[in-house]
Design a protein around this ligand. Sequence first.
Ligand SMILES: Cc1cc2nc3c(=O)[nH]c(=O)nc-3n(C[C@H](O)[C@H](O)[C@H](O)COP(=O)(O)OP(=O)(O)OC[C@H]3O[C@@H](n4cnc5c(N)ncnc54)[C@H](O)[C@@H]3O)c2cc1C
Length: 583
Amino acid sequence: MEVIETDVAIVGAGGAGLSAAIAVAERDPNLKIALLSKVYPMRSHTCAAEGGAAGVAKDEDSLDKHFDDTVSGGDWLCDQDAVEWFVERAPKELARIERWGCPWSRDADGKVAVRPFGGMKIERTWYAADKTGFHILHTLFQTSLQFPSIKRYDEYYSTDLIAADGRCQGVMAIEMRSGQLKTFAAKTVIIATGGAGRVFPFTTNGAIKTGDGMAMAYRAGVPLKDMEFVQYHPTGLPGTGILMTEGCRGEGGILVNKDGYRYLQDYGLGPPDPWPRKKAMELGPRDMLSQAFWHEQQKGRTIQSASYGDVVHLDMRHLGQALIDERLPFVRDLARSYLGVDMVTDPVPVRPVVHYTMGGIHMENLVETPLKGLYAAGECACVSINGSNRLGSNSLTECLVFGREAGQRAAEQIGSLGAVNDTLVKERAEASRQALADLHMRPHSGESVSGIRREMHDTMESGAGIYRTADSLAQTCTDMANLRDRFNRVALEDKSAVYNTDLIQALELQSMVEIAETMAHSATKRTESRGSHQRLDFAQRDDEVFLKHSLATYNGQAAPTIDYRDVVITKSQPAARVYGGDV
Ligand SMILES: Cc1cc2nc3c(=O)[nH]c(=O)nc-3n(C[C@H](O)[C@H](O)[C@H](O)COP(=O)(O)OP(=O)(O)OC[C@H]3O[C@@H](n4cnc5c(N)ncnc54)[C@H](O)[C@@H]3O)c2cc1C
């Protein structure tokens, strides 16, 4: 088996992974960097982000206000020291990537334009029309090309971390073009593999968002934190789950039910005011808006669409074609292409859709995991600045801020970690090879990847969706244990080596099954409602018991163990979340 020796291996080449790679290269050009990605970097999910990236820009805004919005948006589950650290660096990173070429949209006076976003009580979301993620990723990718020390391994699928002797010593990956498994013996590893929305059937997340990096860390003994918190975005296109960015509402779009009524006024989100408005309503946080949809559905006030179940309408007609074409050309195209609806002349049907994984790899000290030599950043990491409900537009900035820090930290600490242990690395590599060969060549058993994936989707949606109960979660936990067991008998149709997508999908399913189980068990144990985790049987937030992060620890073939850890409070004591007043 080929062994590739490197100083830093980075798994993932989206916003966080590229930021980390550039930071390592800038800090020490002598360090060897291996940048692995299961797709070409520009196909990473960061590219799909539409709306924008948050950072204080206006004179009337402040770091304290960004902090307050983030902490109350997260229903006080954010670690406040991390949020303070984040909001301070946010504008600097957004300015840095402008110097690297990111074309931020501008106001007529030449200043960077900022748009309102859900849960942000003042405009602070920088954008590049409605293709912000595309421009950020492009900027990072082209900047990374300047550094000869960054060696790319595109279309390499990482399977396992090499954890031995209390330390991470590398990562295993399949070169998809040849089917060969390779060992990356690395002094440090940074995981930047993004989220896990694909655990659910209806999601905005691209097909690659299967939580592989979270699962690799989990299997290596690093706990997954706050996995019960899964964000639903209120405005997905029915059928595909394609996102209608929050920028639609930021620019003035309204949500109405079957009677044409702006129903959010019934859910504590403030009185409706005429456009251009300044109050919360449609700019409330995502968890509250998605929950309001559910209640409208229970009251029979949603619209029944012929092919896609219940929807409400996102109405943008009053904005006019000129504004829509200037600020939201991409989403206009998407709605036309996928639903045949032109938002200039017609309201767009939308419904809540799984969008973001607040939980992730347990981080200590911002970017370090409890396993020495292992770092993480981006959506796969739980720092936690997102608490129980991430505010839209904080994540792109999170990738830049924490991706950079992970790179710098790895480069800084590498000297103290010393060489990897070749014998241990070889031993672990051999174990990975055997496990993979077993999956690859296993005789047919009747269990299929698509069958198990479908059942996982069904049980996660029915038992662990927007609203949960003890009974629904118990059923999901039972189903997931059963599916985990059945996964051990899954057999591939395709036994070939070259671009074996059957094999990759089986490995992705393994990640998702493990992650789904942590979500269901963490949700079962949290007998309160907070942010995106809503229990019909425990409707109140319970700060006495649950002002805590949950930590799910891997137990092989048994269910995960769930423990707790205190939330860091620095200056904002838990209070009621209030939206709908004047900004
Ligand atoms: C449709 C959509 C719109 C969004 N809009 C916004 C927005 O406007 N503002 C905002 O702040 N946030 C937005 N978000 C969220 C934000 O875009 C993501 O959280 C963020 O881009 C994640 O970046 P990342 O670098 O962590 O991961 P990603 O960009 O998802 O990249 C993950 C990388 O890991 C690699 N990878 C994964 N598994 C493996 C493996 N096993 N082996 C090798 N490589 C692997 C992939 O190839 C990829 O390169 C949006 C998300 C979606 C889905």
